[in-house]
Ligand binder design. Structure first.
Ligand SMILES: Cc1cc2nc3c(=O)[nH]c(=O)nc-3n(C[C@H](O)[C@H](O)[C@H](O)COP(=O)(O)OP(=O)(O)OC[C@H]3O[C@@H](n4cnc5c(N)ncnc54)[C@H](O)[C@@H]3O)c2cc1C
Length: 408
């Protein structure tokens, strides 16, 4: 088992510095432009691919880092550069993890490379779970997948929403209902290969923040995919459904199911994104407070400003520690008895919202304009308390885990 240390080893430091260099030299200078364009920054994804920062190999290495710090370190640095562009770079990873977690070896080998493409022809992937009437309440999902046994094909129909890279992805991973009788246990994930007829992009959303990341509806109209596109395969699904039906009959309920464990393990990554944005805003505010003069002295000379900065930095460090703890627990297989993954996401995302708001305040009028990056960072930070489970849902998960009571 990997020993836990607060000090990154030399290899980790080298990787962190390399990512930071890309974030500082390539991402940050392009951030305002792509925020205004509200388009996927393809040239930047391509640059990342050319140096190996947008590739299956790189993310697999970080994902399997035995200390658990590879992914949080990567996320923090990229999102320090800019949240919208960074999400365009890491959004594919969400779909890739969906395949890694549920797919067979053959599915992993076939589809994940097609999600990334290659440096001369980069591709992105999308993970489509949310629906207009099924956001926090995943159990209300309506998109259906029906098996056509004669042809060994699945037929999918429904509308997905809020999909990062939805409609522009080469490969879409879609979660659909295969058995409505057993709630979320009757869901399964499917690969929709490139160019499959019936899949189209619905509306593209104009957003408050992370505007360089493409978010859209995905419409599935009688989409037919081969049986081999069911992640994990039919046999495994049938076994799982049989168990779920049996449990439904006997009224048994497992509080900690596999899906919950997966969320606990993936949520710290979102916490790390939030830490990156918060740190970026804090740094801008600290520099500004040291140089901006009012009443004949730098504004940081006032305790009212300096103490705010002290609180900002304290919260950011606390958030990072929670994220690192949860990431280490995930990789070393520790049970999330207190929902530590959800705790880290809750605290880090609320920290990003609070710290970016304080940064805007410290920059005064300048903080309110697009001449300075904290205005964008403040808009971007609002996403962290919404996606991958809202703050309220994190509190629900934490409270249920701690109390054992099905709090609603
Ligand atoms: C930019 C962006 C990118 C996204 N990317 C993806 C993606 O790639 N793939 C994907 O599948 N989804 C994605 N999502 C969807 C995201 O995960 C959902 O928006 C999120 O889960 C919340 O669902 P909702 O928007 O329907 O809000 P709702 O569930 O309608 O919630 C509305 C409000 O009610 C509160 N609420 C709901 N239920 C409860 C409760 N039981 N107790 C207390 N409060 C409650 C919520 O906390 C929230 O404040 C994305 C969303 C955005 C905005």
């Amino acid at each position: 088992m990997a020993e836990f240390s607060f000090e990154l080893d030399d290899d980790q430091k080298a990787v962190r510095d390399w990512i930071h260099g890309f974030a500082a030299d390539v991402i940050r200078p392009a951030a305002a432009e792509w925020d205004e364009r509200e388009e996927t920054p393809w040239p930047i994804i391509q640059e990342a691919a050319k140096i190996g920062l947008y590739s299956l190999d790189f993310y697999a290495q970080q994902y399997f880092d035995p200390t658990g710090l590879g992914i949080p370190m990567t996320m923090e640095e990229l999102f320090w550069g800019d949240a919208g562009i960074a999400l365009s770079i890491v959004g594919t990873g969400l779909a890739a993890v969906g395949v890694l977690a549920n797919g067979t070896e053959e599915q992993i080998g076939t589809w994940i490379p097609q999600m990334y493409g290659d440096p001369d022809d980069v591709k992105v992937a999308a993970f489509c779970s949310s629906e207009p009437d099924a956001g926090s309440d995943v159990g209300s999902m309506r998109t259906r997948a029906v098996y056509d046994e004669a042809k060994d094909e699945w037929v999918l129909g429904g509308t997905k929403t809020w999909a990062t890279n939805g409609g522009i992805a080469n490969v879409h991973v879609v979660v659909a209902v295969v058995d409505p009788e057993v709630g979320s246990k009757g869901h399964a994930s499917f690969i929709i290969p490139p160019g499959t007829p019936g899949l189209s992009q619905g509306q593209k959303f104009k957003k408050h923040g992370i505007r360089a990341s493409h978010t859209a509806e995905v419409v599935l109209d009688q989409v037919r995919v081969p049986g081999s596109c069911l992640l994990g395969g039919k046999e495994k699904l049938d076994e799982r459904l049989a168990r779920a039906r049996e449990r439904a009959k006997t009224g048994g309920e497992r509080l900690k199911n596999a899906a919950m464990a997966t969320f606990e393990a993936s949520r710290p990554a979102v916490g790390a994104m939030a830490v990156g944005t918060a740190r970026a805003a804090y740094e801008v505010a600290l520099d500004y407070a040291k140089t901006r003069q009012q009443f004949g002295r730098p504004i940081i000379d006032n305790q009212g400003v300096a103490f705010q900065l002290a609180d900002m930095r304290t919260r950011i460090d606390a958030a990072r520690l929670m994220v690192w703890r949860a990431s280490w627990m995930a990789v070393t297989g520790k049970p999330f008895d207190s929902a530590e993954g959800s705790m880290s996401k809750l605290f880090a995302s609320e920290t990003a919202k609070e710290v970016t708001a304080q940064a805007v305040q410290i920059l005064g009028g300048n903080g309110f304009t697009r001449e300075y990056p904290v205005e964008r960072m403040h808009r971007d930070a609002a996403i962290y308390t919404i996606f991958e489970g809202t703050s309220e849902i994190q509190r629900l998960v934490i409270a249920r885990t701690l109390s054992g009571v099905q709090i609603r």
